[in-house]
Write a protein that binds this ligand. Structure first.
Ligand SMILES: C[S@@+](CC[C@H](N)C(=O)[O-])C[C@H]1O[C@@H](n2cnc3c(N)ncnc32)[C@H](O)[C@@H]1O
Length: 199
């Protein structure tokens, strides 16, 4: 599945590019960055040249194997990939938190998004950035409500949380983040958000 995923084209390349560009505006050459649920590492490797260090983690061994293969084709000595659940990844000691954490297409998939948001906050430096893109099917009233739950039940689609974008933004705020930028690409149920840790 991971190999098939790696070969499949990006679903909405224009929106993907806008998110990359907006993320790049916020990253600095001295930044230490974590991407959780990094998949095959494409996004991390694109951002690698603009930061000091980027670590990608994913709980799928196959995804990380592909990400590591891509390291051979990309000159990115500051990038690394590890098999890990974000929930189990060590929180940096005080003073060594990440400058930015990316979570692209993942918050709707984790078992406990509240835990993940709290962990992201603790793993960031004060003022650090949480940059996410999240499918918010709760904003949709259409066909998804009919076909997604049965497909999830039989394992064709992953189990996912039906976030409403407003609810997710509020959740981020209650977990200690201030929303600096938000965008829902036209015709998609996807919330792209850049949130800053506030103490
Ligand atoms: C929909 S894919 C998105 C991959 C990539 N971020 C992208 O935008 O193409 C979600 C990825 O998150 C990984 N994943 C899901 N839950 C995770 C968790 N709790 N910790 C680490 N990885 C996780 C999956 O293995 C999968 O590769």
């Amino acid at each position: 599945m991971a190999r098939r995923y790696a070969k499949s084209p990006v679903a909405n390349p224009d929106a993907y590019q806008v998110k990359l560009d907006k993320t790049a505006e916020y990253l600095r050459p001295t930044d230490r960055v974590l991407e959780f649920g990094c998949g095959t590492g494409t996004t991390a490797l694109i951002h690698a040249p603009r930061v000091a260090q980027i670590e990608g983690i994913d709980f799928s061994k196959e995804m990380i194997a592909i990400a590591r293969e891509k390291l051979w084709d990309n000159n990115a000595p500051n990038a690394s990939f590890e098999v890990a659940r974000f929930e189990d990844w060590p929180v940096p000691v005080a003073g060594q938190g990440y400058d930015a954490i990316l979570g692209m297409s993942i918050l709707h998939l984790v078992e406990d998004a509240e835990f993940v948001l709290e962990k992201a906050r603790r793993s960031l430096k004060p003022g650090g950035l949480l940059i996410t893109s999240t499918v918010c099917l709760g904003d949709r009233l259409g066909l998804e409500r009919l076909f997604v739950p049965p497909l999830s039940a039989i394992g064709i689609l992953p189990k996912l949380r039906w976030f409403k974008s407003a609810e997710l933004l509020t959740l981020m705020q209650t977990h200690g983040f201030e929303i600096e930028h938000k965008w829902v690409p036209d015709g998609t149920p996807t919330l792209f958000a850049i949130a800053r840790r506030v103490d």
